[in-house]
Ligand binder design. Sequence first.
Ligand code: ADP
Ligand code: MG
Length: 731
Amino acid sequence: MTTVRDPLERVLGARTAKPLSDAFGMETVGDLLRHYPRRYASRGELTELSSLQEGEHVTVLAKVATVRKIPMGNRRGDRLEVIVTDGTARLTLMFFHKAGYWQKLLRQEGLGLFAGTVSSFRGKRQLVHPDCEMLPTAAAGAQTAEYAAGYAAELIPVYPASAKISSWQIARSVRTVLDTLDIGADPLPEALREQHELTSLSEATIGVHRPENADDYRKARRRLKWDEAFVLQAALAQRRHAAAAMPATPRPLLSGGLAEAFDRRLPFSLTAGQCAAGETISADLACAYPMHRLLQGEVGSGKTVIAVRAMLQVIDAGGQAALLAPTEVLAQQHHRSISAMLGPLGQAGRLGGADTATRVALLTGSMGVAARREVLTDVFTGDAGIVIGTHALLEDQVRFDDLGLIVIDEQHRFGVEQRDALREKAAGGRPHVLVMTATPIPRTVAMTVYGDLETSTLTELPSGRSPIASHVVPADKPHFLDRAWTRIREEVSQGRQAYVVCPRVGSSDADDEEEPPDEDGGETTARRPPLAVLDVAPALEEGPLNGLRVAVLHGRMPADDKERVMRAFTEGHLDVLVATTVIEVGVDVPNATVMVIMDADRFGVSQLHQLRGRVGRGEHPGLCLLVTEAEADSPARERLDAVAETLDGFSLSRLDLEQRREGDVLGATQAGRRSSLKLLSLLADEELIGQARDAAAAVVAEDPDLTGHQPLAEAIAALLGPQRAEFLDKT
Ligand code: ADP
Ligand code: MG
């Protein structure tokens, strides 16, 4: 008997196992069984040959039209030219060796599967030395063992294949495995299967690989999607359960403290969403187990205010709070704005400081030794109630007196290990954790990637916020681009400020860490390099923005320079900031009203949305111009049009998800492991994921250790593997 844990090498032999491992990283029988067919070719339905793209690795089902031996000029031997057809279009198969052998195999009128990489020769598309498998005709095939084993069905599974191993070699391997497979106990509890009318695991495994009809594989796929969703959700439910069992110091809201004084100081009233999120967080902090909460809300929705209230509640209750920011620019900005918000409440020991005041400390990597030592002392003694910093906060020398709350701004920039390092700084028990993100996360992603966090969402913007108008500016229409620069001059002449954003820092740098990931892969080769801050800024200063006060800001500048430039811009001593995405998150200059984004198609949808949130933050309406060379109707242009048309971050985040491979979404947090989601779509299967989450939570609530659900526990262990188990433990 074969089990899912058996190594493929033992079951299939090294010659077959090696290419499977090389191409797909498959090691065990279970890995092979989770390599699902991409689609099913039906015998009646030949592959549409006219749609094949050059360079594509394809498996086509076609009929042999002609077979012709052609002498090879002055060289010995013949080559064989076989033309196959789908009834309309044709494709050439070319064989330069063993012409006689192939001639015998590829009989005219026969139906076959042909796999190879599409190339072209004299304008005709062809496969050179494709892998071939002729399908036995029904009459002849009925007598052969092979027919009985695999070809009885009308449906032929087509697997993702590689140049080294073809779809039907995979099919044959799967068949070998299935013949002797003991699939083991079903990880889905029986009650659940009944409730959702799911087939058994063994039926589904056969149904997905060897369906007799479409109904077979549909049922199979639905059931297997449930496995993916349910096992992951059960793992997350266990984690939530374990987290709730951890001790944490309760930090209840005390009256007469800084939190109340802060509320009185606020020059505005909180939105309903802010009140609700604030109350939830306040209640979380009062619990004796650690809060794990994700606070999401559009840029400018007022998350920082909520975080400050939470920090003050913790300080009132005797603890300290750390705010971790992804960049120095942001850490500095938080330090400035939070200090300003607190006023005398944050000036303990200073002239004018309130009696109950605390201190706000800033710790960054680029601080001088003396300043740093002073800050470290304040952190250690507890004099600094709020400690704001970058990764520098994670260093060993940083010791807190009593760290009660960690606020992480813009979570997606922090690795799991880093969060973990900070958490370990809490003496006795675990600190409460609040993660803030302005990148709206589709619900399903929140449920999977951040599945162990509770979520609060701010859906409304504070009133009085001005709308942002966005337009796409085609770069090939010079008068449109001129108009963009004129708009900047107009705004500046009215005392306002502008951003110009470029994808890259400088023309000379090859490995630019700020360059956004290229979203449309593949088509990069022929493109010019993205526009760079260090090229664009001087060109603007000498050209269309001549006479304005222009400065640059990017991640490669020394921290002091960044701080200086940012302060000058904030204080209105600069008109135009030419920057990379360092300004993407959190930068808050209400007087900035225009943003021109160069090569906008080089940014992701969510990133553009983030960027434009930098304007329209004050009383004046914002304007965002997306400059691009992408042609009208191109996918890149359609993305930009979508960004221009809506300010709804959630719908844009869904679009973003559609554009990216889901593995990438998960990959970012899965410690580099291949995505475990093969069939499940975070977009299409929202309902199923929600049901699986509820079902998993119910099972875990009743049986936290899953002692009564051994097959499920094993499936979780297999899903997580050593690496991911560690990942989840650390989150
Ligand atoms: P986020 O961190 O979500 O991007 P912030 O907390 O930085 O948003 O808030 C953006 C701006 O809006 C800040 O200047 C803040 O003082 C202001 N703000 C926050 N809440 C309100 C409110 N309820 N009414 C008016 N202004 C607010
Ligand atoms: Mg913010």
